[in-house]
Design a protein. Structure first.
Length: 82
């Protein structure tokens, strides 16, 4: 998995760069990240209930946070084994 994908997803979401977020959704190798982006973009474009959009956004952001934490832990383990 690529830390850069998570950073990009966070950046594009923060800047409301939906086209770039869509491109990232297609190119990332992280299937879960791709699905979270897909669900958020679908809600953002088609949902009339703001609470659903908000829920999908927070789900995406929580996943990005979780993935970043997981990769950071792996990097610490890798550094300590050298």
């Amino acid at each position: 998995m690529n830390l850069i994908d998570y950073d990009r997803a966070l950046y594009y979401t923060h800047r409301s760069e939906w086209d770039n977020l869509l491109i990232l959704m297609v190119r990332t190798k992280d299937h879960f990240l791709s699905k979270k982006i897909e669900h958020f973009l679908h809600a953002y474009n088609f949902e009339k209930d703001y609470s659903v959009i908000e829920k999908q956004l927070y789900t995406l952001l929580r996943y990005i946070d979780h993935a970043n934490d997981h990769l950071s832990e792996q990097e610490n383990i890798d550094v300590n084994t050298i």
